[in-house]
Design a protein around this ligand. Structure first.
Ligand code: ATP
Length: 230
């Protein structure tokens, strides 16, 4: 069980396939230090999103090791990982229930104070303030009564409610209004100073703000360095 977590993450000779015989990641190794921001770039299908999925154990690897602060994530329960790794992946998952339910995912230890702090941090309070029921406002199946930008903000609040030392995110540029995009971008810039960030990056500005860029091709790391060096 992880007690305190600095946010260091390491892939050691990781091999992974979704379907037997089709390697999607081939001998991937890298190490990211606490508070570092790393952008993953590369052609579509090169394995960038897969790397993020593996960090939260949505799938288990076939060979190698993934270590968080030196601890093999195989030994950490997925429910514990959620407290240390904030995630914003492409498919925002919202279910029918209140906004509160959608942020706590049923964890009774998360207080309304925690939620308010997270909402304020990511700019969701701006939406909550417009809703008479606030956190009790009902989210319909798949969040259909919210815009995709609002859904992103709810999932962002969910991601930061535990003050994660590590954030993983898939930069979704599609379907977000520019106002929400600005709000999200500002929060991410703030987070870059206090958390380790692994980003599947599509925007040039994200790439420029990263400490390091890892270039993927066909399941392998082909280059790594600062923006100016590549
Ligand atoms: P993009 O920039 O398009 O998001 P990516 O570099 O993030 O691409 P991945 O999403 O990691 O690439 O996908 C890598 C490969 O794994 C692709 O060939 C994809 O088709 C395959 N793949 C992804 N998810 C699954 C899955 N659940 N089952 C089987 N194959 C998958």
């Amino acid at each position: 069980e992880l007690k305190k977590f600095d946010g260091q993450i390491e892939f050691k000779n990781v091999w992974f396939s979704y379907i037997e015989g089709e390697w999607i990641l081939k001998d991937v190794s890298f190490k990211v230090n606490p508070n570092e921001t790393v952008a993953f770039v590369g052609a579509t299908g090169s394995g960038k999103t897969t790397i993020l999925q593996l960090i939260v154990r949505n799938y288990d690897i076939q060979k190698g090791q993934i270590l968080i602060d030196g601890i093999d994530i195989k030994t950490i329960k997925r429910s514990s990982l959620r407290k240390f790794v904030g995630q914003m992946l492409q498919d925002v998952f919202l279910f029918s229930g209140t906004i509160r339910d959608n942020i706590t995912l049923g964890d009774p230890d998360i207080t309304d104070e925690d939620i308010k702090r997270a909402s304020n941090y990511v700019g969701l309070d701006y939406i909550l303030n417009k809703l008479p029921e606030g956190l009790d406002h009902v989210v319909k199946e798949r969040g259909n009564n919210f815009s995709s930008g609002e859904r992103q903000l709810i999932s962002f609040a969910r991601a930061v409610v535990y003050n994660p030392s590590l954030m993983i995110l898939d930069e979704a540029t599609a379907n977000i209004d520019s106002e929400t995009e600005t709000i999200i971008q500002e929060s991410l810039n703030k987070m870059m100073n206090i958390s380790t960030m692994l980003i599947v990056a599509h925007r040039l500005s994200t790439i420029q703000h990263s400490d390091r860029i890892i270039v993927m091709s066909k399941g392998e790391i082909v280059e790594s360095g600062k923006h100016q060096e590549l």
